[in-house]
Design a protein around this ligand. Structure first.
Ligand code: URA
Length: 241
């Protein structure tokens, strides 16, 4: 891919376009061993070697992070009052990252953060039926009857009932623990599904989205880059009808 030098450096988080233009004009940048003073020079991101203040700058078109979202932060790119999931990704270079889908403020767990709009669209698009797996603690006794009702589809007050969902009961009592797999991403879907059977979600954590599984080593608030394998698998899944 060929892009302007100032965009190359700005995308890699080295400053604003106007700051970078100044840096380039004052000789802080070299391309393939030669000082360059024009910010509009075209860079081949696959071939050219760019140094900024003597340090190599490798271009990454896309960044992919897996975050274990803690409760108490909002799934937004910016917010005037609340801490956002992007505030937690300290090492990010690009400034066009966004969370793929939303988890409620009090929900924890897997959140993919990227600037790959096509991948995000394909993972979220309702027609793709990408599985999302949640662990939840429920106030009330979750029963085999609930398993059947979730599998049939529930009326949660929308135009259409929910798609069949797979409910697995780990333990059942005054408080129950369950795993739920759904293929949609409606607003407050898991909480509304349990409401529909007269129960309340008191803790919710996403464990998996499509092929991407939350890394158990990540504590709430921690994140890591996706491995090449994880990105490849998400992209392969994206191509499935
Ligand atoms: N369902 C919910 O109710 N909340 C979430 O955050 C995700 C799924």
């Amino acid at each position: 891919m060929k892009i302007r030098l100032d965009k190359y450096l700005a995308d890699m988080g080295l400053g604003t376009r106007s700051q970078i233009k100044k840096d380039v004009r004052t000789g802080s940048v070299s391309v393939n061993g030669t000082a360059v003073c024009r910010p509009d020079v075209k860079i081949d991101t696959d071939k050219d070697q760019v140094l900024f203040q003597g340090q190599p700058v490798i271009y990454e078109e896309y960044e992919y992070y897996m975050l274990n979202k803690p409760a108490g932060v909002v799934s937004a790119t910016e917010d005037r009052r609340e801490k956002t999931v992007l505030d937690l990704i300290r090492e990010r270079r690009r400034n066009d990252l966004f969370p793929v889908g939303r988890l409620d403020k009090d929900t924890e767990g897997l959140l993919l953060i990227t600037n790959d709009g096509k991948l995000a669209h394909n993972l979220l698009s309702p027609g793709r039926h990408v599985d999302k797996v949640y662990f939840a603690r429920i106030k009330g006794k979750v029963t085999e009857r609930d398993v059947i009702e979730f599998a049939r589809g529930l009326d949660i007050g929308d135009d259409k009932p929910t798609f069949p969902a797979k409910l697995h009961i780990y333990s059942s009592g005054k408080l129950s623990e369950i795993r739920l797999t759904i293929r949609e991403g409606r607003f407050h879907q898991v909480k509304r599904m349990f409401q529909a059977v007269g129960k309340e979600v008191i803790f919710l954590k996403r464990l998996q989205m499509g092929t991407l599984v939350l890394d158990e080593k990540l504590h709430p608030g921690e994140y890591r880059k996706l491995t090449e394998e994880e990105v490849k698998n998400l992209c392969l899944q994206e191509k499935k009808p």
